[in-house]
Design a protein around this ligand. Sequence first.
Ligand SMILES: [Zn+2]
Length: 320
Amino acid sequence: MSPDRLTFHDETCCRCGTPDDLIRISEFGKALCPDCYPEFVRSRIERTVRRFRMIPKGRHVAVAVSGGSDSAMLLHALARTRSRLSFRMTAIHIDMGLGDYSNACIDIVRRQCAAARVSLEIDFVRNYDITIEAISTWPVCAVCGGVRRALMPRLARRVGADVFATGHTLDDQLQFMLKNILSGRAVSPPPVLPATSFGPAKAKPLIQIPDAAGETYARIVDLPIIGEECPHFLPDTHRFKDIFDLLEKQAPMGKGQFWQAATRTARSACAPCAARRQQCASAPSAVFARLSRAKRRRSSSRQSPGRPRHLASLRRGVNP
Ligand SMILES: [Zn+2]
């Protein structure tokens, strides 16, 4: 992002007025000093949790942590707001068995949880006799993502969580949405997905926080984050994010406006939701998710002899 495009920014921190060391994140449309930035991000996250009623009072939240900056920010922010929002929390992590990289992730996650004073539960793919490797046309990165999405809700349920919180950001949501549109479904993934037979309700408290915010938050708060990229990461899987980065560059705060408009459009397709001004289990994308799961159940029951049984069974629990 080129700072010269951000002509609307103030020359002082929008909270305390200091002109020094300003942080400008285009998607926020504000200038903030390093002292005010963390609390600003936390207040945005808290506002999102309240707006979409993600965490009912007194409930238990399982926070998925990977070692990266987004989930580290989520864990730290929820830990700092849990007394105000009145909930309990546990961090959960899946060891994907990817050698040195997975070992480094576990070490980082343990340090993040210690810093946030949150207990941690770890599950291991080796417990399920699974090895993360390429299968047919699926590269390692896709298999890893599918297995992780299947195991996380199960682990969340096992720790007794009522809600399962993930670190999906605004950029992730926009990418999902664009993929939906390109598949002929003009829907925006809802901020909260209902509980399934595999796990508790899934909430995305970072849905209004851009990718760019996480690393800055981790640096200012001094959170440990994994310094290396997964050796199996495929940059091509994030190519749609480049489109929204270009949009943001040409129209500052455009990502947020785009998401708001798309969410309103999806909601207006569901009359009960429109009346209550909130997402619900009958929102179009949630309905589609249910139909997709039912279809996957039917197809997996007719699986071909050559298809790996463990992957077919795990895919039944995949959330969008
Ligand atoms: Zn300030």
